[in-house]
Design a protein around this ligand. Structure first.
Ligand code: GLV
Length: 323
């Protein structure tokens, strides 16, 4: 008999077929307690769980006594209670490599659009305000040859350093727990303290995962250390930033602008003050959101679950120690 799996995300037809070739699949819309109750038998029998963007904690695990592996269609896994999974010896699989280049592209889009005011001026053109030759009130600031500061030098940080340094001639500073030899050798990146990075970078780019250590890492003190001309970019996780402190820093002119793909609360409430600020580019968490990359992530997540439930985990596992 095939193992049972609960799927809480829509998959492309061919990937759903691949999943169904290996498992008996119950598809649900989400992991809300009412949904779990409505499909109690499927949840109680499932050995695998596949999806993204839902909280997986002790309450859910209690309803899934047969669970052996969970596979998220994301690189980030802050919505999983890893301790609870470890205690139950449930594997957690993720997609650390599938989205690297696409998220680095998104970061460059945020950098370019914030510095050159792309969204703001395009809106003005649509409103019919381009009625004569443009003057300084339409100008932005240069990106090329400015200093980029990358906070979090993992795969995505490296791909961003490549674009910034080789494509835009930007000196690269980075802050990370460990030195990154490849970034230093290939892109002349300089490892430095967070304070030095905040003081020297023209673009401060956060690509950090959300952990107890990184929550609200960027607050009033950090924004006050940045250059007044600095542009703050965040495409990691929203709660790494104290959003209220960011709003105050932008309002007071402590920093020049921000390009944000992630927020403390997502979807970003329409009442957010960030949406009223012309110097903020706000994107709806599109870091990896291209057809190609989302397909590759879903395919990786399906293969990860097949490998995990088959006892053949070789990569993409957050907690291999539970094996
Ligand atoms: C996106 O935010 C991801 O974690 O994959």
């Amino acid at each position: 008999m095939k193992p049972s799996v609960v799927l809480y995300k829509t998959l492309p037809d061919d990937l759903l077929q691949r999943l169904q070739n290996h498992f008996t699949v119950t598809q649900v819309s989400d992991l809300h307690p009412n949904t779990v109750l409505a499909h109690a038998k499927a949840f109680s029998e499932a050995e695998g769980l596949l999806g993204s963007s839902e909280t997986v904690g002790p309450e859910l695990l209690e309803k899934m006594p047969a669970l052996r592996a969970t596979s998220t269609i994301s690189v980030g896994y802050d919505n999983f209670d890893v301790d609870a999974l470890n205690a139950r010896k449930v594997l957690l699989m993720h997609t650390p490599t599938a989205l690297t280049e696409t998220v680095a592209d998104t970061l460059m889009a945020l950098i370019l659009s914030s510095a050159r005011r792309v969204v703001e001026v395009a809106e003005r053109v649509k409103k019919g305000e381009w009625t004569q030759g443009i003057g300084p009130d339409w100008f932005g600031t240069d990106v090329h040859h400015k200093t980029i500061g990358i906070v979090g030098m993992g795969r995505i940080g490296l791909a961003l350093a490549q674009r910034a340094h080789l494509g835009f001639g930007m000196p690269v500073l980075y802050n990370a727990r460990r030195q990154h030899k490849e970034a230093e050798e290939r892109f002349n990146a300089r490892h430095c303290s967070l304070d030095t990075l905040l003081q020297e970078a023209d673009f401060v780019c956060s690509i950090l995962p959300l952990t107890d250590e990184t929550r609200h890492l960027f607050g009033a003190e950090q924004f006050s250390k940045m250059k007044k001309s600095a542009i703050f970019i965040n495409a990691g996780r929203g709660p790494v930033v104290d959003e209220q402190a960011l709003i105050t820093a932008l309002k007071n002119g402590d920093i020049h602008a921000a390009g944000l793909d992630v927020f403390e609360q997502e979807p970003l409430p329409v009442s957010s003050k960030l949406l009223k600020m012309p110097n903020v580019v706000a994107l709806p968490h599109i870091g990896s959101a291209t057809h190609e990359t989302r397909y590759n992530m879903a395919a990786t997540a399906v293969d990860n679950l097949i490998a995990a439930l088959d006892g053949k985990v070789e990569k993409n596992c957050v907690n291999p120690q539970v094996l």
